[in-house]
Design a protein around this ligand. Sequence first.
Ligand SMILES: [Zn+2]
Length: 280
Amino acid sequence: MAILTPRLLRPKLILLISRAFSSPTIVDSLKPSLPLQLHGHTNTKRSIQWVFLGCPGVGKGTYASRLSSLLGVPHIATGDLVREQLSTSTPLSKQLSEIVNQGKLLSDEIIIGLLSTRLEAGEAKGESGFILDGFPRTIKQAEILEDVTEIDLVINLKLREDVIVEKCLGRRICSQCGGNFNVASIDIKGENGTPGICMAPLLPPSDCESKLITRADDTEEVIKERIRIYNIKSLPVEEFYRSRGNLLEFNLPGGIPESWPKLLQALNLDDHDEKQTAAA
Ligand SMILES: [Zn+2]
């Protein structure tokens, strides 16, 4: 399969997303309480269409995935889409692995192609709404997305850079079961008005302890370079959404136990979580 050009992809994505609009599933209680005044569509009967931004290692996958289970919308991470594609033996996969192996970034066209295929497959299964993670990463991607659908809310997750570095250095994978763990125990005292930050490690069960490995690209130098590149590329994307009034900045106050309730509060979803917990 040849890589489709944006001209070919765009109508496909429009079609998909316009179909998604007509789907009646929506978290009714959620819409009026959204934290930001979102242009015009508050009465539209459709699921949430959110975007997560955040530096590699900030944990946006974790929070996006939790919100996706809570709200019953798919969590679509472009990184996962690329990995899934690479694990197949299609001509596209061959093309992708050549690009990735040369250390180059995948083009907007390729990423949008993967995303539109994913949305189409989800739509066929009756999915509605989405939480995007890892997309849009460039202004061009944000513009294409804006052309085809409305994004209700963009959540920009932030964490101190020294903490991100420490967290990434603490990542471990079990070479046997593939489990993800983190041995970093972060306890930074607050000073000069800056709040301190505590993050407990996520230790492996004893069976995995002796089989832990570190990702080859989790060295301090590589992590810092990833953050530097991310910051340069993401600033215009943040500004794009800030100027449209739908960027929610969220500073992570710590690990999941501290951050999750605060994030729900910021999203006016704290009641939602209680109901879910009570129903569970
Ligand atoms: Zn294991």
